[in-house]
Design a protein around this ligand. Sequence first.
Ligand code: 13P
Length: 248
Amino acid sequence: MSKILVAANWKMNGSKSFVSDFIREIASNYNQEHYHKLLICPPFPYLDQVSKGLSKTDIQIGAQDIAQFENGAYTGEVSAEMLSDNDCKYVLVGHSERRTILGEKDHIISEKFNMAIKKNLVPILCIGETHDQKEKSLTEEIIDSQITAIADGIDLDKHSKFIIAYEPIWAIGSGLSATPEDAQDVHEFIRYIIKKISKELAESTQILYGGSVNINNAKKLFSMPDIDGGLIGGASLDSSGFLAIAKQ
Ligand code: 13P
């Protein structure tokens, strides 16, 4: 069985009819023998529809965000328990769109990450540098600070279960993916940072690449030793294209 995880981040896209077409195509063609593992992260209102539609498959469901609070008077927020109630096992945390457009800061991301772990959800921590930071050769410094900001507030050990998604901001939605070799270098660096917490954790933690992954570049990216799969935006909205990316 493949170790590679192919995750769809639909962002703020979709409708009931889109979801029902997507599910029909995926549910009738997907099997774990011939495809990588799949995870779908729809917008909150479609979690239930996706979860019911895929209940007879091995496909996992994730959310795109989580409240840092348990429950109570937090208008508009969605709690970890509500996500679990809708069969979510995973949740994206700290996506660059939330950091840059919605102003989410490291301390909030750290609280969300912590809440996910506490409630037995697997957080997928998204990190990555801007184009400007890459040009100034600051990629490793940025990655290090983004991971450290989260790890510092939490007792992580070899049993902690989370995923890291390296998503260079300049590659997201631009059609310009990192080369497999450049992405591999950053993934190797990420593993090196995690090794400072625990060697076992560095070996068990999946590190996904995101940023303009498509049918043409996925296979090469997924063949790199430290790339354990992909987090896919635009190309995940086309069910047959998404399945083609997920084909082993
Ligand atoms: P694209 O695949 O559209 O570049 O988006 C990547 C992403 O942001 C996934 O979280």
